[in-house]
Design a protein around this ligand. Structure first.
Ligand code: LLP
Length: 402
């Protein structure tokens, strides 16, 4: 990655997100290649970074899309992802979303409860359609990650247990409007341990074989997303070992493997660049105040996430500080007790691993416009989302002022 942050700051102002599209390409190819022994679909988890140009880039590489709202489905279709590569997941789909997904003829709707299956069946009947569905199984395995992003335990709201899943598949088999084509699991995000994945995929593969024995033959086994990335000094799961251990469970099955990576694809492609406004000292505590804030990148405030941080072109006079934004909350920080060089007004600070769940979780809190997004590909930069203006922020309210 060779990006001139200063040049981009002069051209586009700060704060901004920049994404290295070549990194996204190599991540996609690495994963796709790891599954080469079988038919596979890498369905990018759009929620990680839903910028249309990012999705388009992945679409050009051959990726499908894992979507959790009809808005995400529309984004995927807009940039040319074929309906047969689109999956619609999520614990709480509204009727209008189910209706639209059915009429768009996407690959499958991923159902997360008994009640939802009934709803999908009813709507499919109304539309005189056959709904292709998968069922999300909750294997009750601890993924050993942050509790907020852990999803594969019964105490989490996601999926159904094995026995319920089995019953639901039988209901599908007996229905004129449901076609069970897939099975799904996703035990959590930022996973760095292979064993919980192995264990849960095995549980699900066993269920697929049981279903086959009663003549319910599934075509897609969706193992979810979750592959972790390096933020700090994490030891990662090797992608080949990951694919190998997943494929090993699938003996005796003629099934396409689907995975839904988000963070793995885009996380380390993104860097958030923010500018130093001031330094100050309160008591003994040094604060570096920058123009970016928690509304732009909330992961440190929300999950206590630690992103690697550097002051560009500075390395001397290092001391402990908190790196904070201008928002009126003590939670508005990027890092606490971090060693950073002495800074001056206009120095640039880079916050790494900011390609996933950063821009997509941004808000307009404090009437701050969302920042610009820039792509760099083959050494060339281009704007892929304009910085929001004050007018953009008030656009949906203005007409109602009395
Ligand atoms: N599939 C399903 C069903 C999911 O719920 C998720 C993420 C993914 C795939 C993609 O997971 P990934 O490959 O990116 O780990 N905002 C949090 C992460 C929330 C993840 C939600 N689900 C964060 O900033 O860490």
């Amino acid at each position: 990655m060779n990006i001139n942050f200063k040049e981009l700051a002069n051209k586009y102002k700060t704060p901004y997100y920049v994404y290295d599209f070549d990194h996204i390409t190599s991540q996609y190819n690495e994963l796709k290649d790891a599954f080469r022994a079988r038919k596979s679909l890498v369905a990018y988890a759009v929620k990680a970074n839903s910028n249309l140009s990012v999705i388009k880039h992945l679409a050009n590489l051959g990726a499908g899309a894992d979507c959790v709202s009809i808005g995400e489905v529309r984004r995927a279709l807009k940039v040319g992802i074929a309906p047969y590569k689109i999956i619609f997941s999520g614990v709480g789909k509204i009727d209008a979303e189910i209706r639209e997904a059915l009429s768009l003829d996407i690959l499958m709707i991923n159902v997360e409860s008994d009640a939802e299956l009934n709803r999908v069946e009813m709507i499919a009947k109304e539309l005189d359609k056959i709904a292709r569905i998968s069922i999300r199984v909750n294997p009750n395995i601890d993924p050993q990650t942050h509790p907020y992003i852990s999803t594969g335990l019964h105490e989490n709201k996601f999926g159904v247990d094995i026995d319920t899943a089995k019953r639901m598949y039988i209901q599908c088999k007996n229905s004129d409007n449901l076609d069970p084509v897939g099975i799904h699991l996703h035990i959590g995000s930022q996973l760095t341990q292979l064993d919980p994945i192995k264990e849960s995929v095995k549980i699900v593969a066993d269920l697929v074989r049981n279903l086959k024995a009663i003549k319910i033959e599934l075509s897609f086994m969706d193992i979810g997303g979750g592959l972790g990335i390096v933020y700090d000094n994490e030891k990662l799961i090797d992608t080949n070992e990951y694919a190998q251990s997943v494929l090993e469970t699938m003996f005796g099955l003629d099934i396409t493997v689907v995975c839904e990576p988000g963070r793995f694809m885009v996380g380390n492609a993104g860097i958030f660049i923010t500018k130093v406004l001031y330094e100050k000292v309160n008591g003994n505590k040094r604060f570096v105040i920058v123009d970016g804030a928690m509304n732009d990148l909330i992961r440190p405030a929300l999950y206590n996430a630690q992103h690697k941080i550097e002051v560009i072109d500075k390395s001397s006079d290092i001391s402990d500080c908190n790196l904070v934004g201008p928002i009126c909350e003590s939670g508005d920080f990027f890092a606490k007790n971090i060693e950073l060089p002495k800074t001056e007004h206009n120095d640039l600070v880079a916050i790494y691993s900011a390609g996933a769940y950063c821009f997509t979780m941004a808000s307009n809190y404090n009437t701050r416009g969302r920042v610009a997004e820039i792509a760099v590909e083959n050494g060339k930069d281009r704007l892929i989302r304009k910085r929001e203006t004050f007018e953009d922020i008030i656009a949906l309210e203005e007409e109602f002022i009395k």
